[in-house]
Design a protein around this ligand. Structure first.
Ligand code: GLV
Ligand code: MN
Ligand code: MN
Length: 471
């Protein structure tokens, strides 16, 4: 071990000097933007890694096979994947993950809502563990990599460390979060939000039903989780439960691929929000009710959808985005004027205030549209309005050192998608590793990441976990 340590130390010192020279000779504007957004300068870590790059072997064949096998637990045909919380396919996929964790020698536990934890006890198990993980639920007609890479990749990172003979000091833990996607109950990061102690969510879940009017508790029971209301707070974790939390994820954007960079190191996660809106009119016969007397809830929804686009564009920043991903009309018959409409609006920004101002303008628009169209605005409900999260400086540095050690090109970047890390950051220092994905495609069947890129991410993850475990 000792010769390896000193070799690695020399390598890290060399990398440190080289990167200092590079930083001094050409200033990266992206880095400057990151620094402005995250509010702190990024500096190299004065640390060393005990594992040489050649000892880090990723079993790409097994990992690809697992990704492919997991994708078959889907309610829609390949290449699409649809895996919704507490569905039969979700239950099968959970079993698959628990088996892999057990095969990796992890001790597995599940909390009341089905967050799954696999722990490798360190030599000092009383210390707060270093955790990593992501989700395996998949929105309708999506792909096989979103979230999955961060769960299967995390288990492979553990396998890699075990194969290399590494012994953790702080325990290492893989977490598979319940329902990062908002598909079934309309709220994203359900599992990690609860872990982070969201009383608001715990209370809301008591009343929450899905599109088929199945309660959260009923759905959970179907999946084998017999939750009682009072159990929800058992899911909450105390701040300090983890020494660090890391998430490996596909970028879900085109930057890394376009720039030919292997690793994205996330400095901050943009602030997401979602809003539910309902309009009610009188409906009626599509032939018999003349235009001047109509109060069409469908047209009110259409007008509000355009207002979303307008307010977002009016912000003047490309960082402000808004999407009407759900627009439903009742009764949904071609010859019936819609008597009810239902919209779900997703809006995000790296600037929380600017995002909030879009929501305020939307509310005003919804009120005005309802008045002008003589329909009732029966609901304007902000489901979530989350602040952004910042990665921890020391973890950014640990990830940079790992990428440098592996000789992988890397850059600092912002995550425009949200992740379980957004909530884990509330209870633990957090960092995220991005890998390139084909054309930035995500949330659609064409989503793809090469196994070589995934393996690079797994190595950076493994090395960072190792480094933090010994820290
Ligand atoms: C996560 O899936 C997101 O919508 O950003
Ligand atoms: Mn997703
Ligand atoms: Mn995801």
């Amino acid at each position: 071990m000792a010769p390896k340590l000193s070799q690695s130390f020399l390598l890290s010192v060399l990398v440190f000097f080289l990167s200092s020279i590079l930083a001094a000779t050409h200033e990266d504007p992206t880095r400057r933007t990151m620094e402005e957004f995250s509010g702190y300068p990024t500096v190299p870590l004065h640390s060393f890694l005990s594992l040489s790059p050649s000892s880090l072997f990723v079993d790409k064949e097994s990992l690809q096979r697992q990704i492919d096998e997991l994708s078959t637990f889907s309610d829609t045909p390949a290449p699409s994947v649809t895996r919704v919380l507490y569905s039969e396919k979700d239950v099968l996929a959970r079993r698959y993950i628990k088996n892999l964790m057990e095969q990796a020698g992890l001790s597995v536990r599940e909390d009341a809502v089905g967050n799954i934890f696999g722990r490798w006890s360190g030599s000092e198990p009383a210390l707060a563990a270093v955790a990593t993980g992501s989700h395996i639920d998949a929105i309708p007609y999506s792909g096989r990599y979103d979230g999955v890479v961060g769960v299967l990749g995390a288990i492979e990172a553990i396998n890699l460390l075990k194969r290399s003979g590494f012994q953790p000091k702080k325990s290492l833990e893989v977490i598979m979060f319940t329902s990062e996607e908002p598909t079934r109950f309309g709220i994203g990061c359900l599992g990690s939000r609860l872990l982070a102690g969201s009383e608001t969510l715990a209370n809301a879940l008591k009343e929450t039903v899905d599109g088929q009017n199945i309660s959260f508790f009923g759905a959970a029971k179907f999946a084998g989780y017999n939750i009682h209301e009072e159990h929800l707070s058992n899911v909450f974790l105390k701040k300090g439960s983890y020494f660090a939390f890391l998430e490996l994820h596909i970028e879900q954007g085109p930057i890394l691929e376009e720039e030919g960079v292997s690793i994205g190191i996330v400095t901050a996660i943009a602030a997401p929000a979602s809003v539910k809106v309902e309009f009610e009119g009188n409906g009626g016969h599509a032939g018999a009710v003349l235009m001047p007397t109509r109060n069409d809830a469908g047209l009110a929804a259409a007008e509000l959808a355009l207002a979303v686009e307008k307010h977002v564009l009016d912000s003047g920043s490309v960082d402000t985005v808004g999407t009407v991903g759900i627009l439903e009309l009742h009764p949904g018959a071609i010859n019936s004027i819609p008597s009810k409409s239902h919209l779900e609006i997703d809006t995000r920004d790296i600037d929380e205030k600017r995002r909030n101002s879009v929501i305020e303008k939307l509310h005003q628009s919804a009120i005005d549209i309802a008045k002008n169209r003589r329909v009732k605005l029966s609901e304007f409900k902000i489901i979530n309005q989350d602040p952004p999260a910042l990665s921890e400086k020391s973890i950014i540095n640990a990830m940079e050192v790992a990428a440098q050690h592996l000789n992988l090109s890397h850059k600092l970047m912002i995550s425009r998608a949200y992740h379980d890390s957004l909530f884990m950051a509330r209870i633990s220092p957090m960092g995220m590793i991005f890998i390139p994905c084909y054309k930035g495609f995500s949330h659609k069947p064409e989503e793809y990441a090469s196994i070589d890129d995934i393996a690079n991410g797994v190595k950076v993850l493994a090395l960072t976990l190792a480094n933090l475990s010994l820290d």
